[in-house]
Design a protein around this ligand. Structure first.
Ligand SMILES: Cc1cc2nc3c(=O)[nH]c(=O)nc-3n(C[C@H](O)[C@H](O)[C@H](O)COP(=O)(O)OP(=O)(O)OC[C@H]3O[C@@H](n4cnc5c(N)ncnc54)[C@H](O)[C@@H]3O)c2cc1C
Length: 458
């Protein structure tokens, strides 16, 4: 049994700790916030439950489903759209139209495109088939060879034409990945489509997706309020220093898993190799602002996921009808989760909440949601909302994966390694746990330390 420290209690860190614990190791998770969950967390607001980050996954995301099943959440899965319907809507000509382009979702029926443009949508399925051997959503680096100098907008313009790009595909992908179209490389776009082809129906757990993080954090030892400020690894062990209740403390562990957003890693790890530093310097996240609008009644005729093209000029990226989760609030009440487009996030990043709420309500009035006379609203800001995978990101991931210069006793987990979703983060946590177990077994270190050595440095 080895003593392992996981830094960060987001879903990546929690699932990693859970797997290591199940493999028989002693694991501590250190989390700076007062609560675990990271970007997968709920807060109570009166009789409502607000998901401050991730709100749904898709029924093709098998790792989330499998972990949830083992944790006893299988029966809590709720479909947020009627089964068999298209996976979302897109704003077009003042209405939310079915967003039917993902493979298997009847692109030929799309009202958003002229017949010629609809026919061209078949090319997307052909591309997915052509590259199927390289498109594995849980091993994105395998698609690095498909990076051929094009970002998603250029690729889509060439493959499908401008109308499909602007009205349909780009708004959908921006909503799904939480970034601007230019921040998606063509190969990463294909990976995301491949993932949707496995199942695109939006699902959650009754009471919110955060139930996954809650169930995981119940199963492992999480110490909250512990801000890690230094991690030093060497061949014989790893020293983790952190602040808790105004005091500096440290752990000596057999291995450390860094499960914090990518750009935070080099700020904490002093002993990274140059290969690792080069990679982490290239990792970038898009910032995000989410506004939850709580209503006394439900706006009529609104599907769960509604994407807004940039060209519509609202400054919004998406509107989710969160009230479709029966656990989100009292029966009959409305709950919209609104994400701002990056241009608005940059402009309003430092604005007061009231200004952001005013902006959001004005923008909603320009959509089929219309004017909302009575509401409450809550704002959440994320400096590191979603990692982006622009052109070149997959090649950098591939280089990182096969790097020669590797810090001993150190592993990494987080959505920036797989994809900007709960499935991506969770998968990276599972993979990090396997790597740690493997490396402890390889070096015969599994049995060295039977408990974590806890020492006081101040
Ligand atoms: C607004 C928003 C909406 C989203 N919507 C969706 C969605 O609908 N579906 C979906 O699949 N995904 C969605 N995502 C993405 C998803 O939430 C993330 O990909 C996933 O939760 C990331 O998990 P993680 O463990 O990699 O990182 P995080 O959740 O960020 O966890 C990292 C943890 O490390 C902690 N930490 C950082 N620094 C330190 C330190 N020095 N010491 C100790 N602890 C530290 C942080 O406090 C945090 O708890 C959304 C994200 C945002 C922000």
């Amino acid at each position: 049994m080895a003593g392992i420290v996981v830094v960060g209690a987001g879903v990546a860190g929690l699932v990693c700790a859970w797997r290591l614990q199940r493999a028989g190791h002693e694991v501590q998770v250190l989390e700076q916030s007062a609560d675990p969950g990271g970007r997968l967390r709920a807060v109570a607001h009166g009789d409502r439950r607000i998901q401050t980050g991730a709100g749904f996954f898709t029924d093709g995301q098998r790792n989330v489903l499998s972990v949830a099943g083992t944790l006893g959440l299988g029966d809590a899965v709720v479909h947020l759209e009627p089964e068999g319907s298209v996976p979302g809507r897109v704003l077009y000509a003042g209405r939310f139209e079915p967003c039917s382009f993902a493979p298997g979702f009847g692109a030929l029926r799309s009202a958003v495109l002229a017949p010629g443009a609809r026919l061209r949508m078949g090319r997307l399925s052909a591309e997915l088939f052509r590259h199927r051997d390289r498109l594995d959503p849980v091993q994105p680096e395998r698609a690095a060879r498909l990076e051929d100098g094009e970002d998603m907008p250029r690729y889509l313009a060439r493959l499908l034409g401008d109308a499909a790009r602007e009205r349909l595909v780009s708004p959908f992908v921006s909503t799904l990945l939480g970034c601007e179209p230019e921040d998606v490389g063509a190969a990463f776009f294909l990976l995301s489509m491949r993932s949707l082809a496995q199942g695109a129906a939006p699902v959650s757990f009754e009471g919110g997706l955060s139930r996954l993080a809650e169930a995981l954090s119940d199963a492992v030892r999480v110490r909250t309020g512990c801000e890690v400020f230094s991690v030093e690894t060497e061949r014989t062990g790893a020293r983790v220093r952190y602040r808790s209740r105004g005091r500096e403390r440290s752990f000596l562990a057999d291995a450390v898993v860094m499960a914090v957003p990518g750009p935070v890693v080099p700020q904490l790890c002093n002993t990274l190799t140059s290969d690792e530093r080069i990679f982490f310097d290239s990792v970038r996240y898009a910032p995000g602002i989410q506004v939850d609008v709580l209503l006394p009644t439900r706006p009529g005729g609104l599907a769960f996921g509604n994407c807004i093209p940039r060209e519509a000029g609202t400054g919004l990226r998406s509107i989710f009808a969160t009230h479709r989760d029966p656990g989100a609030g009292p029966a009959g009440t409305g709950h919209l989760t609104v994400h701002l487009a990056e241009s608005a996030v940059v402009r309003l990043g430092r604005a007061k909440d009231e200004e952001i709420i005013g902006f959001t309500l004005d923008a909603l009035a320009k959509t089929p949601v219309g004017l909302l006379p009575s509401y409450e609203a809550v704002v959440h800001r994320w400096p590191y909302a979603r990692p982006v995978f622009p052109l070149g990101a997959l090649s950098r991931l591939e280089n990182f994966d096969v790097r020669i210069g590797r810090s001993p006793r150190l592993a990494f987990a987080g959505d920036y390694l797989i994809g900007p979703t709960v499935e991506g983060a969770l998968t990276s946590g599972m993979q990090a746990a396997s790597r740690v177990v493997q490396s402890l077994d390889d070096t015969g270190l599994g049995a060295i330390r039977s408990h974590l050595v806890h020492s006081w440095t101040a």
